[in-house]
Design a protein around this ligand. Sequence first.
Ligand SMILES: Nc1ncnc2c1ncn2[C@@H]1O[C@H](COP(=O)(O)OP(=O)(O)OP(=O)(O)O)[C@@H](O)[C@H]1O
Ligand SMILES: [Mg+2]
Length: 229
Amino acid sequence: MATTTEKPIIEAQNLSREYARGPEHVNALSNVSFHVMPGEMTAIVGPSGAGKSTLLHLIGCMDLPTSGSLHIDGVDTAGLKDRQLTRLRRDSVGFVFQQFGLIPTLNVLENVLMPTLFSGRQEAARALQLLEQVGLAHRAKHRPHELSGGEMQRTAIARALINSPRILLADEPTGNLDSASGAEVLQLFKSLNSKGLTVVLVTHNESAAATASRRMTIADGQLVADIRQ
Ligand SMILES: Nc1ncnc2c1ncn2[C@@H]1O[C@H](COP(=O)(O)OP(=O)(O)OP(=O)(O)O)[C@@H](O)[C@H]1O
Ligand SMILES: [Mg+2]
């Protein structure tokens, strides 16, 4: 649980992201400010086109704000060089996508090891331990096409955790799953969160949003509600 002595793990101040679409400018995100404390589980909800993915990409340092400031894990992201941003993205944040993003020619274990490919570290034991944690040790040598959707997403979650990030970001992680697999994946997020992982997930799904301890609503690029539940 967050205590008052802890520092925010995500700190956004007047975060804005403008996109150019031909001659037009789209304010995908306008002056969004919030803090996330370590160990929180936050759901970002809101209508399609509201700016939810834009916000998640900024938090994950996969995109840069047009203006405003963002601190991740105590690091001010403004002015970081590409290499430093890459390191922050690799070490502090794990990302899970709706479409899983697994490499079809690699088996489950190799997919989980992908983010360590260029680190020179031997992480096979950790990858196996993560697969055990997500209930997939028996699938380590299987290819993605041999897995169910839920198993693919659990593989993607293990992959997101291989570099031991403190923050796990997920964009519609249950969007491609049937309700039973979706519930399993949510249970996994919940269990990882109970062990201290900070989780931020974007969702259209009411039961997924209800799993979180906090609900931030984005509409028209603005943070219109922020409720701890
Ligand atoms: N790369 C881009 N170039 C131009 N416009 C963009 C780009 N990415 C997003 N937008 C626009 O920014 C706005 C917010 O998009 P975003 O993808 O963040 O919405 P969202 O809330 O995730 O929607 P959904 O629920 O449909 O995934 C939309 O108007 C979108 O068209
Ligand atoms: Mg989106």
